[in-house]
Design a protein around this ligand. Sequence first.
Ligand SMILES: [Cu+2]
Length: 169
Amino acid sequence: MVTRIETFVICAVFAAMSGFAFNPALANGNKDADKNKAEQKVITVTMALGSDTDKKRRFHPHNLTFQKGKRYRLVIHNPSLDVHEFDSPGLVGAVWSSHVKVLDGYGEGAQVVAIVVGTPAEIEILPGASIEWEFVPVAAGRYEMICDTKDQKGKTHTSQGMTGTILVQ
Ligand SMILES: [Cu+2]
């Protein structure tokens, strides 16, 4: 017959073997880490594809910097009259991607019309629309972003200077 005291001893030995089961400090530490992950503040970064004023085929801004391990909402809008792309296979491969929200406009009054869960391969945005991509960078590096939309002569926007650099630190 196993007494209450013997049961306690058996549990204590098992706890010692498993390392942390009875260590309240470690248990709380794990809980805090999970809580921090879930409640991590989202940092919003905004970028425009082209411009409605100078009509230049550019990313505004054309350099972006992200910190590894932080959660970002990259808001990309297209204020121009052209279709534009945001292509960055390097960045796509360097992040954990939560989702992409597709909006019928930009800013106040814009309605979410779709939510794509997971990783986007390429993002193409029609004039006036925007997207919000939430991700956490997991691999440091320097990545290129380009716009492979073609103009009427078949020349890509990339070849006309619509390129940029993304740095993950
Ligand atoms: Cu473009």
